[in-house]
Design a protein around this ligand. Structure first.
Ligand code: 13P
Ligand code: SF4
Length: 333
């Protein structure tokens, strides 16, 4: 079959009409075996994708799985920077992303040239970048972190170390407060986490006085200030399982509610409302992936994520540093 790569470039995916009677779950499971492919999915993916995945996790867990896998093909049900990280860590594997246009507002908020100019103005600063950034930004960084290991990374450095933290100003501000540091923050934010409405959340808390508010550190300070618990997606999930509480207001992307509800079927999870007319907060990038696109990308092995080797090597160094520190801190599964 001749694949029209121009169409993939335009659409972000290979647009093939599928027979509606096709059992996509069975077909994807067959393709996994036939092609020795592993499907890695982030917690923000739609429920069907999570249910068909071999591994569901947060950014740290997914990076670790991508680095370790023996599969020939890594199918990354997540966003572009996550698939890039998989390729950086395991370059001999074919890395597929169901929709190449699944980007990230945080990654977009740090363009390479502007960030390089900012970094050059502060040559005595170490650069720590949140994993939600492009390979170009990773290549300009000294250490990468995720929301699961950011504190451990900072604790491994002298308290007086000058640091630039990019691209998430909310996570950076939270870390500054928590660790007593004064990191210089890049002015980026996640479009999903910065849109929560403080007023609507307060009203929800009044209506559900027993509920705990759990929030991702990408949320704005005002929301974090009233949260009962703050953590990465994996940390929020574990907290909801272990905490002796039956009701949670969840201030992060709604995809995580699927796993929370599966692991704690008798508890109630309420998505924190955004500052618009919707009742919940979906990431438009994460939600570009669908079960159909997942099947098509596995069947035709497109779109594939490729990367310049010089860039890959430069971007790998700070990720390796992150993985080493995480290992010492006992944060890797
Ligand atoms: P974690 O899964 O690492 O908590 O990250 C959340 C996120 O915004 C991913 O895009
Ligand atoms: Fe990026 Fe935010 Fe979407 Fe995560 S939820 S992919 S940080 S835009």
């Amino acid at each position: 079959m001749n694949i029209d790569f121009k169409k993939i470039e335009d659409n972000g995916f290979y647009n093939v009409e599928l027979d509606p009677t096709l059992d996509l779950f069975a077909a994807i499971n067959n393709l996994k075996k036939e092609k020795n492919a592993v499907v890695l999915a982030h917690f923000y993916q739609e429920p069907d994708i999570q249910d068909v995945a071999d591994y569901i996790g947060d950014s740290l867990g997914l990076a670790q799985k991508a680095a370790e896998t023996n599969a020939d093909i890594i199918v990354f049900a997540g966003v572009h920077f996550m698939a890039e990280t998989a390729k950086i860590l395991n370059p001999s594997k074919k890395v597929l992303l169901p929709d190449l246009k699944a980007g990230c507002s945080l990654a977009d908020s740090a363009p390479k040239n502007l960030f390089k100019a900012f970094k050059d103005k502060h040559p005595d600063h170490l650069v720590i970048s949140y994993i939600n950034c492009t390979a170009d930004i990773k290549a300009l960084s000294d250490i990468i972190c995720t929301s699961s290991n950011a504190e451990a990374i900072l604790n491994s450095l002298p308290q007086d170390q000058k640091i630039i933290f990019a691209p998430d100003k909310n996570l950076g501000g939270y870390l500054n407060k928590k660790t007593g540091r004064n990191m210089l923050l890049w002015n980026g934010a996640c479009m999903v986490h910065e849109i929560f409405s403080l007023e609507k959340i307060i009203k929800l808390k009044v209506r559900h006085p027993q509920a705990q508010l759990i929030a991702h550190p990408e949320c704005e300070e005002a929301v974090l200030n009233i949260a009962d618990y703050i953590g990465s997606t994996t940390q929020l999930l574990k907290y909801s399982q272990n905490k002796n509480c039956n009701e949670f207001i969840v201030a992060t992307e709604t995809g995580i509610l699927h796993k929370m509800q599966q692991t704690s079927p008798n508890k109630t999870f309420i998505p924190a409302p955004p500052n618009n007319s919707c009742a919940c907060n979906d990431c438009p990038h994460m939600k570009l992936n669908t079960l159909e696109k997942l099947y098509i990308c596995m069947q035709y092995e497109v779109p594939e994520l490729t990367m310049d080797e010089t860039l890959r090597i430069a971007a790998k160094k700070p990720i390796d540093r992150m993985l080493e520190i995480s290992k010492v801190a006992g944060l890797l599964g």
